[in-house]
Write a protein that binds this ligand. Structure first.
Ligand SMILES: [Zn+2]
Length: 169
């Protein structure tokens, strides 16, 4: 991950991320319209942070890219309108050379969800315990009442028994 400094800064420091292996499949080709194209896919397992409990959450990265490669000085020539019509994203090269790592890093970072949560059941135990305690508190109060009533009944019964005993005597 050290080859992607910005990405590793954005991710947590878990072993999953430290040992992450990303599969990159890229193809350079010239399209029928004569455009230089770069297309392919990036996939791998990463770990993101859950926004609810802030602990790690496995994330399957799976993103595709389809870019037109244009040299910086040819960008004006091509014109924004033509690019917009083609609905193509552009990767800018500098005199024929392309910073592939930076480009891949951009693509990965753009593909990451901005906000991600565990399924509610998977959120970490601290969070669940907290929630349980919060919802259990009112229950505990209502549960105490029946016992209190039972206790009262028991005392009443004992008093009745004693009364009976006295009567018999
Ligand atoms: Zn969570």
């Amino acid at each position: 991950m050290h080859i992607f400094p910005r990405l590793s800064e954005a991710l947590n420091t878990s072993e999953t991320n430290k040992n992450a292996v990303l599969m990159v499949d890229l193809q350079f080709f010239r399209s029928d319209e004569g455009r230089d194209m770069l297309s392919g896919s990036i996939s791998g397992k990463l770990e993101l942070n859950c926004q609810r409990c802030l602990s790690g959450l496995p994330y399957q990265l799976d993103t595709e890219l389809n870019l037109q490669v244009l040299d910086k000085d040819k960008l004006e020539e091509a014109g924004d309108r033509e690019l917009a019509e083609a609905e193509l994203e552009v990767a800018l090269s500098d005199q024929g050379s392309l910073d592939l790592l930076a480009l891949l890093e951009d693509e990965i970072m753009l593909s990451l969800p901005i906000v991600i949560y565990h399924d509610e059941l998977d959120c970490n135990q601290a969070y669940n315990a907290l929630k349980k305690r919060a919802s259990a508190a009112p229950e505990a109060e209502t549960k105490q009442k029946p016992f209190a009533e039972l206790q009262g009944l028991k005392e009443q019964l004992q008093q009745e028994k004693q009364k009976l005993k006295k009567l018999k005597d």
